[in-house]
Design a protein around this ligand. Sequence first.
Ligand code: SF4
Length: 361
Amino acid sequence: MEIAFNKKPSTATNQPKTKLWMPKQVLITPAALDEPWGQQIYERVKALGLPVQELKQNRITGLRGEDERETYRKAKSTLAIVTAPASALRLQPIPPSADYQFHLAEGCPAHCQYCYLAGSLQGPPVIRAFANLPTILENLPKYKQAGQVTTFEASCYTDPLGIEHLTGSLAETIRFFGEQEGMHLRWVTKFDQVDNLLQLPHNGNTQPRISINTDFIAKRVEGGTSFLKARLAAIRKLALPKAAGGGGYKVGLVIAPIMPLPDWEEQYTDLLDRLEQALDFECEVTFELISHRFTPGSKAILQEWYPNTQVNFDESSRSLKFNKFGGKKYVYPPVTMNMLRSFFYSELKTHFPNAPIKYWT
Ligand code: SF4
């Protein structure tokens, strides 16, 4: 859907530079070394001067510290190059984001105090990049559904752009999807280093999304991610036509996790104003809106990882919901949810009248 934007100043200049994540140690398993893509990652990290240890076995061990905090610190500064297990080739649905999820990696170098991965992945939160990428990609067309475009989400267990300088796997995946019929790739990030993705032959088959939030949340609880200003500049680059030096992608914004902190209306209005300035040209854009939620398991892990967290995990101010497997999650009570939802639907109609809101949750 096309949108006409007001001519307001661009946010593309003078954005602060994000420091790329460099692991303190890189481990590579024998199985990963047998894979040409694993060797490609190995060469990249060596060229960056990172210390690489060739393991004798395919299991990653030795990442446990004296306590959870130390385990967290060790694991979050480690990149492990491994092969994805056979189970990774049995794809699971992931509504409402996409038809299926698949994984280029598991784990993320950022430090968001509400991280969605807490409780989803087992063991120390090491960042595992998958060396058998060609096998993972060649498996995807089996899931293509006849007569419709099938969508595949690549960021359920990682932030694929946050480690792209170390792996190159996201660019390879975008190229792969560019050659497919009836299959679209979706991925989301809180990083901004998109320059190497702009000239890729994506053929309209990839929708990059940037996850944004108020300046306050981005600064206080999204450690290790790109500044909001840089993320807004990145979405602009991705959406600009190729002829104008951009990526020519249909883009998306994920506003998450939405939290009704003091002055939230003012802060989210400011966010949408700045977004409108960043996208002051005709482009296709969609929105996904996700309110903050947590489970008993994710709360316990996050409070161990971030003992001084500023995120509110007080169950007494939440409503309890059950998923289809009986798991508990705490969401905002209906009155708060309706207030937030109405605000965003109304503000987005004003700022981006033609942009579809794919879902609110
Ligand atoms: Fe978790 Fe996403 Fe933040 Fe990474 S960017 S720490 S995956 S919430």
